[in-house]
Design a protein around this ligand. Sequence first.
Ligand code: BGC
Length: 363
Amino acid sequence: MKLKRGVALAAVVGLTMTLGACGGDSDSGSGGSGGGDEAPQGSIGVILPDTESSVRWESADRPALEAAFDEAGVDYDIQNAEGSADRMATIADSMISGGATVLAIVNLDSDSGAAIQERAASQGVQTIDYDRLTLGGSAGYYVSFDNTVVGELQGQGLADCLGDEDANLVYLNGSPTDNNATLFSEGAHSVLDEVSGYENVGEQAVPDWDPDEAVTIFDQLYTQAGGEVDGVYAANDGLAGAAISILERNGRNGEVPVTGQDATVEGLQAILAGDQCMTVYKSAKQEAAALADTAIALVNGEEPETTGETEDVDGDRQVPSVLLEPESITADNLDVVFDDGGQTVEDVCTGRYEAMCEDAGIS
Ligand code: BGC
C-alpha cells in the first residue's frame, strides 16, 4: 500500500512536469527565432554514445532527433561515438571547428564528458547533457526523463509481478560510469527494500551496459545463489535479455519475473512471450523534441524553457533541466508504445510473436 502511494505521488509530480515540458515544446516550436522569421543561426551537434548498450540510440533517438531538427529547419549533425570516449572527443572537436554553436552529448562517463564540455566552453560553444547528466560537468542544460522515477517504476513493476510472497532478488545494474544507472538502481531499491519478504541475493553493475558481459555476470550471480532466484531487477531490456537467456538455459524463463527499460522490440517480444514482466517506455519523440527546443533556443540566444533543476552532486551545482515522465509497460498496456509510434506492430509481431500479438489483441 505504502509503496504504491509513493510511486503514485511520483507519477503525479512527473505528470505535472511532463505537462510543463509539453508547454515548453509548443511555445518554442511556434515561437521560432524570437525575433521574427529568421532561420536559427549556427548549428547543433549531437553525439550519441554507442550502439551496444541499447538499440535505442540509433533506432529511436537518431530518427526522432532528425525529425525534430528537420521540422525546425535548423542545421545539425548527429554522430555516434561507438563506445569510445576518445572518439567522442574527436567528434566534438570536429563539430566545433565545423561551426557548431551548441553541442549536446550523451556522455560515456562523467570525466570524459566534462572534458569535452570544458573544451567547448573555451571556444564559446554552449553544451547540453542529453539523457545522462555529466557529474562535475559544465553543461548549461540537462534534458532527460526523471530517472529516479524510472527506477521506482521498475521496482514497483517487479513487486507487482512477484506479489507479497517471500522472494530472492538479483540486481543487474547499468554501467557504473552512468549516473542514470545509479538513479535507476536507487529508485528500484527504494521500492523493493521496503518489502520485508524480499531478499537481495546478488547485485552487480554491468560495465558499459554490455549485454554480453551481463550474460556472464548473471550466470555467476545465479550460480552463487544456488539457483534460488525468484525475481530479477535488470536495468534495461538488453540486460533483461541477458538474464532471460540464462534463466532459459535453466528452464526457468517465464517463471522468474525480469524488469527492463527502453521498450525495445526485443523487450516487448519478451513481454509478449511472458519472459519479461515489464519495461519502461521513455518516448524518444518527447525527449528529442525537448532537446531540439532547448538547443534551438540556445542557438537563437534565447533562454530555454525548463521544468526544474537537477543536482550535480560532484559539481555541487544545480543544472536547469527538462525532465520528462517515463511510463511503465506490461502485457496489459503494450498499446501505449505502439500508439506513440515508439515501435511498430510490424516490427514486434513477427514470426512466432504474430500469434502472441493476436492473442493480446494487438494488430
Ligand atoms: C539510458 C537508457 C539506456 C542505457 C544504456 C541510460 O543512460 O537512460 O535508456 O538503456 O543508458 O544505453
